[in-house]
Design a binder for this molecule. Structure first.
Ligand code: CA
Length: 226
């Protein structure tokens, strides 16, 4: 499985990476909440191991945000105290299960095995969007137009995914910054415009008259033409 480990304690994080890699999992590890959201939205994982107490953004908020853009992504919370309040808050934010720290290696691997079995028994879910003659395979990060395949970057995939998921409304540039880049305010919203312009060149029939990622004057961007 592709597993995202979110843990700020360096030694524990490295320990988890070693443990999970040794169990043949493909592991990516990050040490703060903001990076966790950014990575979890822009890349594809089968499971997230999420610590609760994190710098920049706590695990509950990370869980809530990941849940919004990836409803079916399994999230296993690592709670330090194992208090009932924490567990309830974790489940309310969308966690699927929790492990109380300190945990035994065998217990953790057994829990992960449950997710692995579920993942292998569920039909593989391909994320394919089609609009105006363009096929966008978000899982595989490519778009096909007129038989030509183009690679899509993680940000481009993140933008398409977020706009499609919220296709009933316009999405502001600052919302895209927050949801796709995992940041707010630091970067200028101009970054979003430049990324959208590149994306349009890859997927649109005519980037000057776009029909897939459309500009909504005064509001931002939206999925598809009205
Ligand atoms: Ca921590």
């Amino acid at each position: 499985m592709r597993i995202l480990v979110v843990e700020d304690e360096h030694r524990l994080r490295e320990g988890l990476v070693d443990l999970l890699s040794a169990a043949d999992h493909d592991v990516t590890a990050v040490g703060d909440g903001r990076t966790a959201v950014e990575t979890g939205i822009s890349e594809t994982f089968d499971l997230v191991l999420l610590d609760l107490m994190l710098p920049q953004m706590d695990g509950i908020e990370v869980c809530r945000r990941l849940r919004q853009s990836r409803p079916s992504l399994p999230i296993l919370m690592l709670t330090a105290r194992g208090s009932e309040d924490e567990k309830v808050a974790g489940f309310a934010a969308g966690a699927d299960d929790y492990v109380t720290k300190p945990f035994g290696v065998r217990e953790l691997l057994a829990r992960i095995e449950v997710f692995a079995r579920r993942a292998s028994s569920a039909p593989a879910e391909r994320e394919i969007l089609e609009l105006d003659g363009c096929t966008m395979d978000l899982g595989r990060h490519h778009a096909i137009r007129n038989g030509d395949m183009t690679h899509l970057t993680a940000r481009e995939v993140g933008i398409l995914r977020w706009l499609h998921r919220h296709q009933n409304r316009a999405v502001s540039r600052s919302e895209l910054l927050e949801r796709v880049w995992g940041t707010s305010g630091d970067l200028q919203t101009r970054t979003v415009d430049m990324t959208v312009a590149k994306l349009r060149q890859k997927i649109e029939r005519d980037p000057t008259a776009p029909r897939i990622v459309v500009t909504v004057t005064g509001a931002g961007y939206a999925w598809g033409e009205d």
